[in-house]
Design a protein around this ligand. Structure first.
Ligand code: GDP
Length: 469
């Protein structure tokens, strides 16, 4: 598979300039068959075109000219970027054709390349080749995909760091320590006369303790990383008519909000994405859950509970123009242990009733005097969320984050194995038994960079890529 030459449209559709990427051993020859220099065109094409023209050019140079079709008619005016192996994105001979961005032009040029010997690239195949040639590891390849789909500054920043190899380095340092100690044990087991393991397990325990701390650091930050890159799962709750939908509209009506439906769910209408500075909130309005469900209310409640279980943050809307009723008690009981804020809504309504706030104090949440109708308290709400998630517990810079569930699972697995090593040491297990768990941790962590990943896993990851990347 790696022997052939692939081609694909690398740019998004619709721009003024389009890019087609060709990669593989014959990319210079294949592109050379369709390319003509200006000089050749001007010379009224009396000579015969030399298909190997591009092969004779230096790497990392630019060629200006035209693409011609089978009838030698000019199809487009182009610039070619020539990159010879291994100094290219894929580590192979690569040509990028900068042409005009219209979909038809791009398709026509691509078709010509395919007719002349290239094969259509599969999604992610260029990046996959970079991985197979060892230019980037698997986590860096995934970072490329994250980079393309980033919807917040944080996601972008994390993806760039991961692409630079910061996560790979962190993980490979841990693996190197493991490898070193596995080597020590192996040597001692092979040659007991010269190597002694006397007192070794105490030292090993200490080392493993340090490594476990490093893994914990990654795991502790996983939720923060996920929330910042994918968005904070925010659920709006409150009894019927408290003003949940009005709040949702208020939040989303602001021009700065990006209002997109979360793709791939059947509950699109309920989930909206809101950008708040550097933060992304994935908002779920539980009022919507009831409205779309024509069966009994309890199902709506069950769904709301489901959402609550996965929520990072809850916005509890309380109608203070009404008197306190039993519904609130039920809601409060669902919210214990959660992080959230209480909006004392409809504060604009003049009323004689003195609303009793004492039942809410069990939650220990901040309360904000609010009006979804007038927009009162909106700024305070936004500042509070920003404070909580950005300035609060974590600093942005230079931190390594795990944002992928796949990476997190690998780290968790490795942690379990290393904990087994510690238990083994405490139980006085022989070193060859410890080796099994050390090895598991070593290969488990290797899944992140792909060193120990199966072909299936690798294929699965690249299948999720977009075309041309
Ligand atoms: P939901 O059932 O919780 O989604 O509540 P809605 O957002 O549909 O609001 C119920 C009613 O309360 C509507 O008539 C809203 O116009 C009204 N309402 C919502 N928020 C406020 C507010 O802050 N002040 C006033 N006066 N009315 C509000």
């Amino acid at each position: 598979m790696e022997g052939d030459t692939i081609a694909g449209i690398a740019s998004g559709m619709g721009g003024g300039i389009g890019i087609i990427r060709v990669s593989g051993p014959d990319s210079f020859l294949i592109t050379g068959r369709l390319f003509r220099t200006k000089k050749f065109i001007v010379s009224s094409r009396k000579e015969i075109w030399d298909d190997s023209f591009l092969l004779k050019k230096e790497s990392h140079t630019i060629q200006y000219g035209f693409i011609v079709d089978e009838k030698n008619e000019i199809l487009d005016e182009v610039i070619l970027l020539l990159m010879k192996a291994p100094k290219s994105y894929t580590c192979e001979d690569v040509i990028e054709i900068d042409c005009h961005g219209g979909a038809l032009v791009l398709q026509k040029i691509l078709k010509l390349l395919l007719k002349n010997g290239a094969r259509l690239a599969e999604p992610g195949e260029f990046t996959k080749r970079a991985f197979l040639h060892g230019r980037i590891d698997l986590s860096q390849a995934e970072a490329v995909m994250n980079l393309i789909s980033s919807k917040s500054e944080f996601a972008l920043d994390t993806a760039v760091k991961q692409l630079e190899g910061k996560l790979s380095k962190y993980i490979s340092e841990i693996r190197e320590v493991l490898l070193y100690h596995m080597g020590e044990i192996e040597a001692a087991l092979d040659d007991p006369e010269h190597y002694s393991l006397e007192g070794y397990s105490g030292k090993l325990k200490q080392v493993i303790g340090e490594l476990l701390k490093k893994l914990d650091f990654l795991l502790d930050n996983f939720d923060n990383g996920r929330m910042k890159s994918e968005g904070i799962r925010t659920v709006i709750v409150g009894k019927p008519n408290a003003g949940k939908s009005s709040l949702m509209n208020l939040l989303l009506d602001e021009e700065r909000a990006i209002v997109t439906n979360v793709a791939g769910t059947t509950r699109d209408i309920l989930e909206e994405t809101l950008k708040l500075g550097d933060l992304v909130l994935n908002l779920v309005d539980t009022a919507g859950i009831r409205e779309t469900d024509d069966t009994v209310e309890s199902i709506g409640v069950k769904k709301a509970v489901d959402y609550l279980n996965h929520a990072d943050f809850v916005i509890y809307v309380v109608d203070i123009s009404d008197s306190f009723n039993e519904d609130e008690k039920e809601i409060i009981s669902l919210l214990k242990e959660k992080k959230g804020v209480i909006l004392l809504n409809k504060s604009d309504v003049e009323t004689e009733i003195k609303f009793d706030l004492s039942p809410f104090s069990v939650l220990g949440w901040k309360q904000i005097s609010f009006s979804a109708k007038e927009g009162i308290g909106l700024k305070e709400l936004e500042e509070y969320i920003t404070e909580l998630f950005i300035r609060g517990d974590i600093s942005y810079n230079d931190q390594i984050y795990l944002t992928s569930v796949r990476h997190k699972e690998a780290v968790e697995q490795a942690k379990v194995s290393l904990e087994q090593v510690v238990l083994g040491i405490d139980d006085g297990m022989p070193e060859d038994v410890l080796m099994v768990d050390l090895m598991d941790a070593y290969s488990g962590l290797g899944l992140i960079g792909g060193e120990t990943a199966s072909e299936n896993l690798v294929n699965k990851i690249f299948e999720e890529f977009c075309m041309g990347k």
